[in-house]
Write a protein that binds this ligand. Structure first.
Ligand SMILES: NC(=O)c1ccc[n+]([C@@H]2O[C@H](COP(=O)([O-])OP(=O)(O)OC[C@H]3O[C@@H](n4cnc5c(N)ncnc54)[C@H](O)[C@@H]3O)[C@@H](O)[C@H]2O)c1
Ligand SMILES: O=C(O)C[C@H](O)C(=O)O
Length: 373
C-alpha cells in the first residue's frame, strides 16, 4: 500500500516537472531517462474542456504577450508554445499562471509536429519584424520560407485547424500558406485567415480620439490588405454613425495606414508593434474560438480568400463559425474617397510560383499617403 502511494506521488511529481520541459528530450537528457516526464503526460487538475491552441513563434515580441493572453482565455484548454529559440523559458514562465489552460513548450524544428498535432487553432507570429526604413515586403524573403515550413507542418499534423497568419507581409504570407495547403491537398479557404485586427484596433482608437468617444464603443471596418495604402478604413461606415470633415478623413486614413510605421520608427530598430499586436491577435483568436464553439453573430475583419473584388485575397468583414469563415460580408456602400480604382488591378503582381500575388496593392488615385510600407 505504502509502495503504491509512493509510486503515485512519484508520478505526480514527474507530471508537474514535465510542464517545464519541451519534448522530445534531446536538449534535456533527464527526460530521456525518465519517460514519464514527457509533456504529453502533463495535465493540470481542473483544466477545463476547451480548445487546443498552438502559437508558432511564441518566444518573440508578439509571441510572449500573446501566449500570456491565450493562457488567460477560458476557451483554451491546451496551449502549445513553439519557437526555434527560448521556448522552454517562456513555457516555464507562462505555465505558472493559475488559469485553466495546460501549457507545453516545443523547441526547434524536430518538435514542430508534436507542437501541432491535434490543434484546433494555430496562430503564426513567427518571422522577422521591420526596422526603420524597411517596407513589409522587405521581410518577404525570410518570412515566406518560415511560413511555408510551418504550414507544411500544419498540413501534415492538424489539417483541420483554423490558421491565423500574423507574419508579414500578410498580403503575401496568406497566399503562400494557401499554396502550401493546396499542394498538400488540405486547403480549405474558410480556415485560413490573415490577421488584420491591429488595423481595426488602431482605427477604433484614433477615431475614438477624434470623436471624444470611448474606443471600446467604436467600430471601424478596415478592408483591403495589411500594407500602406492597401489598408482602407471605411470611415463612412463607423459605428456609432458619425461624419468627418475631409481634413479628419485625411488625417485618420493616413494615421491608420501608417500606424505600423509609427511604431517601427518609435522603436528605432528594436522591432515593430508587439504589445498592441498581441492584444489584437488575442482578440481575433478569441473570436475564432467563439465561432468554433458555435456562438452566433461573430463578425471580424480578416484577410481571406475572397470574391468581393477581383483580387484573390482581400480583407473585409467575415462571419466566423464552426468551420471558420462562414460568410464574407459585402463591403457595403463606399463613398468616392473609399472606392477602388482600376489602378489596383494594374498593380497586382508580379506572380510567383507560390504565393500568387505577392505585392497586391489596391490604391486610390486620390490617396495622399506615401508609398506602401
Ligand atoms: N499582422 C500584423 O498586423 C502584424 C503586426 C505586428 C507584427 N507583425 C509581424 O509579425 C512577425 C513577428 O513579429 P515580432 O515582433 O514578434 O518578431 P520577433 O523577432 O520579436 O519574434 C519572432 C519570433 O519568431 C521566431 N521564429 C523565427 N523563425 C521561426 C521558425 N522557423 N519557427 C518558429 N519560430 C520562428 C523567432 O525565434 C522569434 O522568437 C513579423 O513578421 C512582423 O512583421 C504582423
Ligand atoms: O508595421 C509593421 O511592420 C508591423 C505590423 O504590420 C503593424 O502594422 O504594426
Amino acid at each position: 500500500m505504502e509502495q503504491q502511494q509512493q509510486g503515485a506521488a512519484a508520478r505526480r511529481m514527474a507530471t508537474l516537472a514535465s510542464h517545464l520541459r519541451p519534448q522530445p528530450a534531446s536538449s534535456h537528457p533527464q527526460m530521456e531517462e525518465v519517460p514519464l516526464l514527457m509533456g504529453s503526460n502533463c495535465r493540470a487538475k481542473g483544466a477545463a474542456p476547451g480548445f487546443k491552441v498552438a502559437i508558432l513563434g511564441a518566444a518573440g515580441g508578439i509571441g510572449q504577450p500573446l501566449a500570456l493572453l491565450m493562457k488567460m482565455n477560458p476557451l483554451v484548454s491546451v496551449l502549445h508554445l513553439y519557437d526555434v529559440v527560448n521556448a522552454p523559458g517562456v513555457t516555464a514562465d507562462i505555465s505558472h499562471m493559475n488559469t485553466g489552460a495546460v501549457v507545453r513548450g516545443f523547441l526547434g524544428q524536430p518538435q514542430l509536429e508534436n507542437a501541432l498535432t491535434g490543434m484546433d487553432l494555430v496562430i503564426i507570429p513567427a518571422g522577422v519584424p521591420r526596422k526603420p526604413g524597411m517596407t513589409r515586403d522587405d521581410l518577404f524573403n525570410i518570412n515566406a520560407g518560415i511560413v511555408r515550413t510551418l504550414c507544411e507542418g500544419i498540413a501534415k499534423c492538424c489539417p483541420k485547424a483554423i490558421v491565423n497568419v500574423i507574419s508579414n507581409p500578410v498580403n503575401s504570407t496568406v497566399p503562400i500558406a494557401a499554396e502550401v495547403f493546396k499542394k498538400a491537398g488540405t486547403y480549405d479557404p474558410k480556415r485560413l485567415l490573415g490577421v488584420t485586427t491591429l488595423d481595426v484596433v488602431r482605427a477604433n482608437t484614433f477615431v475614438g480620439e477624434v470623436l471624444g468617444l470611448d474606443p471600446r464603443e467604436v467600430n471601424v471596418p478596415v478592408i483591403g490588405g495589411h500594407a500602406g495604402v492597401t489598408i482602407l478604413p471605411l470611415l463612412s461606415q463607423v459605428n456609432p454613425a458619425c461624419s468627418f470633415t475631409s481634413e479628419e478623413v485625411n488625417y485618420l486614413t493616413s494615421r491608420i495606414q501608417n500606424g505600423g510605421t509609427e511604431v517601427v520608427e518609435a522603436k528605432a530598430g528594436a522591432g515593430s508593434a508587439t504589445l498592441s499586436m498581441a492584444y489584437a491577435a488575442a482578440k481575433f483568436a478569441d473570436a475564432c474560438l467563439r465561432g468554433l464553439r458555435g456562438d452566433a453573430g461573430i463578425v471580424e475583419c480578416s484577410y481571406v480568400a475572397s470574391q468581393v473584388t477581383e483580387l484573390p485575397f482581400f480583407a473585409s468583414k467575415v462571419r466566423l463559425g464552426r468551420s471558420g469563415v462562414e460568410e464574407i460580408l459585402p463591403l457595403g456602400p463606399l463613398n468616392e474617397f473609399e472606392s477602388w480604382s482600376g489602378e489596383g488591378k494594374e498593380r497586382a503582381g508580379p506572380e510567383y510560383p507560390e504565393g500568387r500575388l505577392f505585392h497586391q496593392q489596391v490604391r486610390r488615385p486620390s490617396s495622399k499617403c506615401p508609398t506602401p510600407t
